[in-house]
Design a protein around this ligand. Structure first.
Ligand SMILES: Nc1nc2c(ncn2[C@@H]2O[C@H](COP(=O)(O)OP(=O)(O)OP(=O)(O)O)[C@@H](O)[C@H]2O)c(=O)[nH]1
Ligand SMILES: [Mg+2]
Length: 190
């Protein structure tokens, strides 16, 4: 697939809506940028770091010439200054609340720990947007098959009431990539 990096933006520099968009949010260091790289099949397209707080702007990737995947800054990065954290939160809020061509949001969680408190907060926030939501549980490669199954049934019980869809994913092995693309295509064509 042809992928083009369109740039890093903040609330005041966001480009006008041109193509349908799906945004990827989640706490800092959970693996959002790695998730995007695996989806688009480009290792270094979105910058990844073992230290939290890597992505500090809203980053746009044009995929296949007709859809945009959006890498959001992570929340809960405690080492950033208060004012910087407030700016990110403001950027994310501005983007999510006002984007007419936003067709869906992906909330990334760590399969091992989901839902931590900040995930629950983000889940409610994203649900309130009233657009399709997919929970992606990443880093599945860090668990044994039996553990993955156990976590999946726990999480499925936790999400059942709200009828939230989820996919188990690994940026390392590509597990879940097909399902996620299926969901993206579905919400973007809707
Ligand atoms: N084993 C494994 N490691 C992963 C996976 N996804 C991400 N990582 C690692 O987790 C760390 C954080 O990944 P990033 O993709 O930078 O996380 P992020 O959510 O974009 O972080 P911020 O931009 O700081 O919010 C890196 O060291 C990645 O290599 C995965 O599926 N499996
Ligand atoms: Mg990132």
């Amino acid at each position: 697939m042809d992928v083009q990096f369109l740039g890093c933006f903040t609330a005041s520099t966001l480009p006008g809506p041109k193509y349908p968009e799906v945004a990827v949010g989640g706490r800092s260091n959970v693996g959002k940028s790695s998730f995007l790289n695996t989806l688009i099949g480009r290792r270094g397209m979105a910058r990844v770091s073992s230290k939290p707080g890597m992505t500090r702007t809203i980053n746009f990737f044009l995929c296949g010439g007709n859809k945009i995947l959006v890498d959001l800054p992570g929340y809960g990065y405690s080492k950033a200054s208060r004012s910087e954290q407030a700016r990110w939160a403001g950027d994310i809020e501005f983007y999510l609340n006002g984007r007419k061509n936003l067709k869906g949001v992906v909330l990334l969680g760590d399969l091992r720990h989901f839902p931590v408190a900040s995930d629950t907060g983000a889940l409610d926030w994203f649900l309130e947007l009233g657009i399709p939501l997919l929970v992606v549980l990443t880093k599945a490669d860090k668990l044994k098959a039996g553990e993955v199954k156990r976590r999946m049934s726990q999480i499925s019980r936790a999400l059942k009431d709200k009828a939230i869809e989820f996919v188990v994913f690994s940026a390392k092995t590509g597990t879940g990539k097909k399902e996620v693309w299926g969901w993206i295509e579905k919400v973007m064509s809707g």
